[in-house]
Structures are given as C-alpha cells and as structure tokens.
Ligand binder design. Sequence first.
Ligand SMILES: Cc1cc2nc3c(=O)[nH]c(=O)nc-3n(C[C@H](O)[C@H](O)[C@H](O)COP(=O)(O)OP(=O)(O)OC[C@H]3O[C@@H](n4cnc5c(N)ncnc54)[C@H](O)[C@@H]3O)c2cc1C
Length: 538
Amino acid sequence: MRLTRREILKTFLGAPFALAACREQSPPARFPEGEVVGQNATLGHILREGRTFEVPADNWKTVKAAIVGGGIAGLSAGWKLKKAGLEDFVLLELEKDVGGTSMSGIGQPVSYPWGAHYLPVPFQENTELIELLDEMQLTEGRSENGDVVIKEQYLCREPEERVFYKGRWYEGLYLHAGENEDDKRQFAEFQNQIDHWVNWRDASGRRAFVVPSANCSRDTEVTELDKISFAEWLRQNNFTSERLRWYCDYACRDDYGLKLEQTSAWAGLFYFCSRVKESGDESQPFITFPEGNGRYVNHMSGRVRDKIFKSHVVVSIVQNDTNVDVVCLANNELRGFRCEKLIYASPIFTAPYVIRGFNEAAPFSASEFQHNAWFVANLFLKDRPKPRFPRDFPLAWDNVLYESPSLGYVNATHQKGIDHGSTIWTYYYPMCHEENSRTKLFNYEWRDLADVCLTDLVRAHPDIYDLCERVDIMRWGHAMISPRPGFIWGETREKALKPFRNIHFAHTDLSGIALFEEAFYHGLRAAEEISTAETRRR
Ligand SMILES: Cc1cc2nc3c(=O)[nH]c(=O)nc-3n(C[C@H](O)[C@H](O)[C@H](O)COP(=O)(O)OP(=O)(O)OC[C@H]3O[C@@H](n4cnc5c(N)ncnc54)[C@H](O)[C@@H]3O)c2cc1C
C-alpha cells in the first residue's frame, strides 16, 4: 500500500517534524528533476534462483588469477598483483563502473562522491597506503620524525564542519553553544577517556585502536569492549549529557550507519581513538577531493585498466581439483574464466549464493556479515543558499543538522576553493531507524526520497527549492558492514580471513568496519597470499 507524504516524512524525519512540515510549509512552486541512479538491482534475483550456467566451450579464458568485485578491495588487490609482477589476471565487476561504495560521478563545476568522501592521513607505519599516496603525487616528502606530509591542497580546508541547531549554524561537530557546566565536565571527562585509550599499549606494545584494525591489540581488556554497546559503555561511565550522547550517536551513524545502542563499544571507541597519534593530539587531518574517494578508484583502476571487465556479473564459482571456474553473465552472454587462484572482493554475505558448495563445507557463517542500508542524494544547485543571518557560520565542507536523523551534506566545491556560484551537495541518510530497512528502501520511489532530502534541508535553507535544479539518488542496499556488539571479536570474522581452498576473501567486511584503509588492507593481504604462493611455486 502506498504511504502518504506525511507517513514517509514521519518514517524518515520523525513525527513532530513531518507534522510541522506538512502543516507549515506551503508546497514548493517547483520541484527539481532527477532520477534513481546506479546499483544493478537484478543481481539478487539471478543469484537466488540458484540456476546452473552452461558456458559455451569457446567462451572460456584461462588466467592465473581472477578478482571478483571492483571496489577498493578488488582494485587494491589488482594494484598489488601488478606491482608484484603478476600480470595474468582479470578483475570482474558487475556494475558498468568500478568503485563500489567509493564510486563518484562526473559533474559541473566539479565531480562528486556517491559514497566514501575522505581518508585520514595515515600514520607512518601504514607504509603501503603511503606508497599509494606517493604514487598519486599527493605527498611532499616526510617530516623530521618520519610522518608523511600531504600537499596542502589535498587536506580538507577550513571551515571543515558546522552543525545546525535551532535556526543557526555553529562551528564544529560537537555543539558547544548552550552547554551547561555538567555538559562541559562530561565532555572533558570523555576526552580523558579517549586519551587513556590512545595512550594504552599491551604487553607487546600494540595500540588498543589503530588503522588497519588488524594491528589492534587482542588483549581482553580491549576486546571485552566488543561485548557491550557504545550506549551501554556511556551509561557505565556516567556519560548522560544529551549533547555528548548526540555526538557519539552521530559518530556511529556516520561511520557505521548504526545508532548508539546498535554499535559495539569497541567500534565506538575505535572511531574516536584510531586516528589520534598521541593523547592530546587532534585526529589525523582528512585528505579529500571533490569526487571523494573516487580519486583513488580512478587512480588504481587506471593502473589495471586492461584487466577490468565491467558489467560482468559473477554468477557462479566452482572449485575443481586444481582450478577455479568463474562464470559471468555479461550482456546476456555467459563467459567463463578458468583460474588457479581467486580473490573474492565482493560483500561476504554473497559468498554462499555464488560459490558452489560453500554451504556444504561452510568455513564460516556468511549470514553473520550484516549490512545496513543508506540512501545518498546528489543535489545540483545553481547557486549557494543565502545565509539566514548576516553573521551565521558559513558553509563548510561537512554540514550537519543536529535535529535530523540524516548526516547532512558535504559540499563538493569546497576543496577546490570555489565559494560562489553553482555547486553539488552530497546528502547522506543511514537507514538505522527502521527494521527491514533494505526492503523498504527499494519500495520508495525517487520522488519520495528527493522529498525527504529537500524537506530535511529546507529547515536550514529556506531557498533550497529555488536553487536546486536536480536531485539524483543512489540506494545502497548493502552499504556498510555493521559492527554490532560481538561481531568484531567474534569467531566468524576470524574464520573468514582464511582462504577457502583456492578462494581468498578480501573485502572491508572482513574488518567488521567499512573504511577505505580496511578494504585496502584486505585487498593487499589477499594479493600477497596469491603472489607469495606463486613465487614459491616458481
Ligand atoms: C554512503 C557511504 C559513505 C562512506 N564514506 C566513507 C568515507 O568517507 N571514508 C571511508 O574510508 N569509507 C567510507 N565508506 C566505506 C567505504 O566505501 C568502503 O569501506 C570501501 O569503499 C569498501 O570497498 P570494498 O571493495 O571492500 O567493497 P564494495 O565497495 O562493497 O565493493 C564491492 C564490489 O563488488 C562488486 N560485486 C558485488 N557482487 C559482485 C558479483 N557477483 N560479480 C561482480 N562484482 C560484484 C560490487 O558491485 C562492488 O563494486 C562509505 C560507505 C558508504 C556506503
């Protein structure tokens, strides 16, 4: 049954706001154009049918290795194989473009992200990631203590963040305006806790929280934190301040698409501690581009361009005695790739549908890799909204609405220093407020979701309907792996890190956290496993 506008707004923006929006706002004189873009929705159906696929005998190609999935993990694996001198491989991607959740769009005046939009400057220990940044010419050497120095133009410029609260914009993400003495005390105490965990080291000198997470301590003092929710951890530490809880809840929604109550305390603290070098330091600065992490996608895919097969849906993987047979559906034609080793860089929950015999031998429970759903909207504006007050805090890179369940928007022209005229805003909405959010998301039409986004933003920008010419929407059914309590340090993830015969898994899912660095790490790890075996054989 079709929902009314008020019901849809209530679902996404809450009852009081939906009521007010339907009562107080007169219908806009004009509604922008747009469409739902991306994501091949037919894959799920094809895979669930469990069909058998007969590839014509002359449509087989033999290669040393195949990579399934062209997100950051798959591209990183390809980048690494090529660097290791292993050239005989293919990368198979179901969409018509590579990038996965880091893909971007080309627009005017700049390109824009459809998902991931930043990378914090890595610590000096993350040498392979720094190697990539060097190769992309984003760096200008090392500091005296060996830290990588990123060229100024790629570090997020000021103002970085602002938050909208009760009709005004304020600097930063934590809402200091209007805080009382108890809020201040609790915020300071929270910082002390972060400092404690930033300084913490186990007996072998490992940090509690660091990126990539494979280097985090396994000491029970730290891993125990995975057994409770971040909300519970805040309760146990007497953090009751509403704005502090909002700040932590925002962090969970932002990095994990989960609410405070749904997120593991380990993951909550990882967000705040893993990118802080020493206690008292700020979090590492952000590297960003108008197209977000699409910049890395374009660079790495450029390096392995001749290996990429786009619009190739992998529908079946069969492990034989010595080979792995991969079957793809490419424009209604079946193609086969026979390889010795395979890197599975697709979301892990899909493994039982694609890998034949997976369930019978079940090395781990793939259904425990649970994702949440998001929708992302790109708004094409012909000009900037006027400030509501002459001295309101100006447009920043990241613009967050305190009273909204969305994450607000990122301004694509910010990093280019284009502060006037047309721009593109990327609006992010994690569907953590609804059960069965994935199914529901795909039942909403473009107009419903565009309406949610504009109704949300009009509270801060009354002239948004006059300025917005187009809204395109991407529905991410399986956006991010969910670090719910028990998942990060449970046994499932650990088991999935081991190869299943000749199949090596590589996806950010394997970290239990969706981040560029994690996907990159697993891509490199899987590529190394393959190239080391190859070198040994030679
Ligand atoms: C809205 C959003 C915002 C984000 N923001 C950030 C951010 O700012 N910074 C950050 O670090 N991270 C961010 N992330 C997370 C980040 O995007 C991921 O961690 C990273 O890009 C994951 O890469 P991946 O290769 O592991 O997986 P994916 O991106 O999931 O890539 C998997 C690929 O496999 C392909 N595939 C799946 N099945 C098949 C099949 N059967 N055959 C062939 N191909 C297949 C998919 O099409 C896809 O291209 C964000 C994620 C989302 C959803």
